[in-house]
Design a protein around this ligand. Structure first.
Ligand SMILES: [Zn+2]
Length: 385
């Protein structure tokens, strides 16, 4: 299932995409040196993949404890019957009685192993937090300030099996047909799995694949839809455990396509969370347009899931840990929807900056204004800043 020669035979000359500049630490092997150089990050093991590989998070900022009595959001939500107020959705028994003083945000990369633009942006964010500059030497003073005043946790590769399966860590200018084979794979009979029809099979049979696409973990599971499985994969248990323990305000879920960016909001999210995600999408798109980036050009209407009663991993994040899930499809940069690596890194960092700015002003919980909350928490604890 790891035979990359079936792809190399079909698409000649893919060698150029095996390497990337130092500012593009996309694959675990390409990022190893950078991660070792980080001085302020706490590296936290959060679980193992189906293939036995370590999954880890890089954490910045103090973790503020929560005085919650239960790990079950839906039980806590059901603990009072009246009044029926759709804005009263933060039971203290789950979210804690005392508010944190800083926004807490998780950036989750590579649930699909070759969708790596968000991983690259997140690892550049580490360098910005530590040095003020991204890996190209470009300064991001506002982003640094926002990030250093937050609790940040970065999971570079949730699907470590998928990320380790392919030697190609960047797709700028690669024909989409080749990228699709790398993502989805080729069967032993030579058939290419096609998006989105491949989702009719869950899981796919690893033994039937000459090259199993990087979408899947070693058990052939697309972790995007594992939440409702009877026996969940270890990667799913890992993020569920970690997000419950972290109980962040928001989880940014990175994917890649032509660059449709934030959303669409999940069908099974509370209305406030759907509106929140749409508002953040507007903020991000407006900023990118001001900066001259043609992104967000794909219509949401063509994306599967919009209006369909689906619970994918993004929606599941809310139901497990109560955080605002923010799904972002960053560009992969393939030939038909081309972006340079430079532009894609800028786009990724701008998205992060706008989400953090939103977390520090409006706040990631719907129906609350974080600036107001912060004034109250500052009043509660005058000795602490
Ligand atoms: Zn994806």
């Amino acid at each position: 299932m790891n035979d990359i020669s079936v792809i190399e035979r079909e698409f000649k000359e893919l060698d150029a995409w095996r390497t990337a500049p130092e500012f593009w630490p996309a694959l675990p092997a390409q990022a190893e040196g950078l991660i070792q150089r980080l001085r302020q990050a706490k590296r936290q093991l959060i679980g193992h993949s189906a293939g036995g590989r370590e999954i880890f998070a890089l954490e910045y900022g103090e973790k503020e404890p929560i005085d919650a009595g239960t790990d079950n959001l839906h039980s806590a939500l059901s603990a009072s019957l009246t009044p029926p107020d759709p804005t009263a959705i933060y039971p203290g028994s789950f979210y804690g009685m005392r508010r944190r003083r800083k926004p807490a945000v998780v950036f989750q990369g590579a649930i699909h192993g070759s969708e790596l633009t968000g991983t690259v942006a997140s690892l550049n964010l580490c360098w910005i937090i530590e040095t003020g500059k991204d890996l190209r030497g470009k300064e991001w003073p506002r982003l640094r300030e926002l990030a250093r005043n937050s609790r940040i946790a970065i999971i570079p590769w949730l699907n470590m099996d998928g990320a380790m399966r392919s030697p190609w860590g960047q797709f700028s200018g690669m024909p989409s047909a080749a990228a699709s084979c790398i993502n989805l794979g080729v069967t032993r009979e030579g058939a290419k799995l096609a998006y989105p029809a491949h989702k009719e099979l869950f899981p796919i049979a690893p033994s039937g694949m000459a090259f199993m696409g990087t979408y899947f973990n070693d058990a052939g599971v697309n972790l995007q839809y594992d939440f409702c499985s009877l026996a969940r994969e270890p990667e799913t248990c890992a993020w569920m455990d970690y997000y419950l323990d972290e109980r962040p305000d928001g989880v940014v879920v990175w994917h890649c396509n032509a660059g449709s960016l934030i959303g669409p909001p999940g069908y099974y999210l509370p209305q406030g969370y759907q509106l929140q995600e749409a508002r953040i999408g507007g903020v991000v798109r407006a900023r990118l347009q001001r900066e001259g980036y043609v992104a967000g050009r794909m219509s949401w209407a063509n994306l599967p899931g919009l209006g369909k009663p689906v619970i994918d991993q993004t929606t599941a994040v809310y139901h497990v840990c109560g955080a605002a899930p923010i799904m972002c499809e960053l560009p992969a940069g393939c030939r038909e929807y081309f972006f340079t690596l430079d532009d894609m890194l800028d786009i990724g960092l701008i998205v992060i900056e706008e989400i953090l700015a939103y977390a520090h002003s409006d706040g990631l919980r719907p129906y609350e204004l974080w600036e107001k909350v912060r004034k109250q928490t500052t009043k509660q604890e005058p000795s602490q800043k």
